[in-house]
Design a protein around this ligand. Structure first.
Ligand code: F6P
Ligand code: MG
Length: 457
């Protein structure tokens, strides 16, 4: 596992550069709210200032490689998992640069939550909501393109003809929908610290030519194996362990809708969100709802883009279909859709612990049993991938199955991940060397990806 002090790794860049920017952005978000408050909101204003003070102290403490302190009890879930591990760690190790990076990063977001949960007026505040909304709005080009593509597929009864055949139209459509969902992950907001707007637009490119080019940047592609599995399923269930809000969750919904509306394989999709603001842009239940409802608002995208009336109709059609999937149970969140931020929901707490998923069978057998009801579990994004393979410093040719440890063989799983951290496995011999020569930042730039599958045995 890497540590903040590993200068050649993304962990070092994160501790020195990315986290301070993320904390500063939270300060700005709170300041903007504070500016709108008057005399009547004095209590909220004072609490807002208190949060800003805590954020500044935290930033200072990080820069000086301070010791990670126990998380104060705010009555919400996942306290002891962090505090017990801290208590068992020697003092010289539990500092921002010396603690293992995965722990330190998860701890950071759980600690940040207490800055809000321990107030009266900011309890349900998500400091990242505005930035999630902004990037969703600025993704209108790709959103409209995918809406039109999917609506056309849903309206085409012949798409399923001959799906058993080699590279059938249905299989090709599946490949396109999965690719859109995979690259939807490139646009997480914590990475926007390093990417500019033009990069973002490029990563979101959809359409045949763009996808062909993107496919050359998938360094391991197990999609044919996923397709072979799906073809054996009839009326099954797919679970998606969500990653980011906005454009990415939109692409998750697109893939889910494709599976239930255009294939005979899948009847229902269960989505697993986070319960606290997490790694900046991860999906909370309200983000999920909001992503669907915003499509119905004709004014939503107009400030940024040329969205025609026909496009607006396509988006409404999509939104209404997704609402009806929610109403019928075809689509379902793993927690009640109105779950407030911070609610202790044992069914979803595991995702915001520091644990690797290899620990799931031992630490959260109930969650594993739930995932086992699915015919396929899709894990989205970089952090899920890091947790799947324990954020280990694996030789790149280590098999994905080996890196999964005790989780391997318990569920059918596929990870759709754009590479944003050093850890990686499952590559054919020679790829690592070629990439090191061709694009030295291939592990962390978000421009390369892996699609890794492991079957239930
Ligand atoms: O900062 C750590 C990290 O996991 C990065 O590796 C990545 O850029 C980001 O957080 C989260 O990525 P994702 O939203 O894809 O999980
Ligand atoms: Mg994320």
């Amino acid at each position: 596992m890497s540590k903040g002090q590993d200068k050649l790794m993304f962990s070092y860049k994160t501790v020195v550069h990315r986290w301070p920017v993320i904390l500063t952005n939270i300060v700005s978000a709170i300041s903007s709210v504070n500016h709108t408050l008057g005399e009547a909101d004095k209590g909220k204003l004072e609490e807002g200032k208190g949060i800003i003070r805590k954020l500044s102290e935290l930033k200072h403490n990080m820069g000086r490689n301070g010791v990670l302190q126990p998380i104060p009890d705010d009555g919400e879930g996942n306290l002891t998992c962090y505090n017990d591990e801290l208590a068992a760690t020697p003092e010289e190790e539990k500092r921002w640069f010396t603690m293992n990076w995965l722990f330190a990063e998860c701890y950071l977001y759980r600690l940040l939550r207490t800055f809000f949960s321990l107030t009266t007026h900011w309890k349900s505040y998500d400091p990242f909501f505005e930035s999630k909304a902004e990037t969703y709005k600025s993704s209108s080009g790709a959103i409209v393109h995918l809406a039109n593509a999917l609506n056309a597929m849903v309206a085409n009864p012949r798409l399923q003809d001959g799906w058993e055949g080699e590279k059938s139209p249905l299989e090709m459509a599946f490949w396109e929908m999965v690719q859109a969902d995979l690259w939807g992950n490139a646009t997480d907001l914590s990475l926007l610290v390093d990417l500019n707007y033009a990069d973002l637009q490029k990563l979101q490119a959809v359409g045949a030519a763009a996808q062909k080019e993107q496919a050359t940047r998938i360094l391991r592609d197990d999609l044919p194996r996923v397709w072979d599995l799906l073809k054996t399923v009839k009326g099954g269930r797919v679970d998606i362990v969500l990653d980011n809000a906005g454009f990415e969750v939109y692409t998750d919904l697109i893939l889910a809708d494709f599976l239930v509306s255009c294939t005979p394989f899948v009847d229902s999709v269960v989505f697993h969100p986070k319960l606290i603001p997490w790694f900046v842009s991860d999906v909370l239940p309200r983000d999920f709802e909001w992503a669907i409802d915003s499509l119905l608002d004709p004014a939503f995208f107009s400030a940024h883009a040329n969205v025609s009336e026909a496009d607006t109709r396509a988006l409404s059609e999509l939104s209404r279909r997704w609402r009806s999937h929610m109403a019928s149970g075809t689509f379902r969140l793993s927690v009640p859709t109105d779950t407030p931020i911070g609610k202790d929901e044992p069914a979803a707490n595991f995702w915001t612990t520091q644990y690797a998923y290899a620990d799931m069978p031992a630490l959260d057998p109930a969650l594993l049993a739930e995932l086992q009801k699915a015919d396929l579990v899709v894990f989205k994004g970089d952090l899920n991938y890091r947790k799947l393979i324990g954020d280990g410093k694996w030789p790149a040719t280590t098999s994905f199955e080996q890196a999964l440890g005790p989780l391997n063989g318990t569920i059918n799983l596929v990870s759709l991940r754009t590479n944003k951290a050093d850890t990686i496995c499952g590559l054919e011999p020679g790829i690592e060397e070629r990439m090191d020569a061709e694009a030295p930042d291939w592990r962390v730039s978000g421009k390369y990806a892996v699609v890794s599958f492991a079957p239930r045995t």
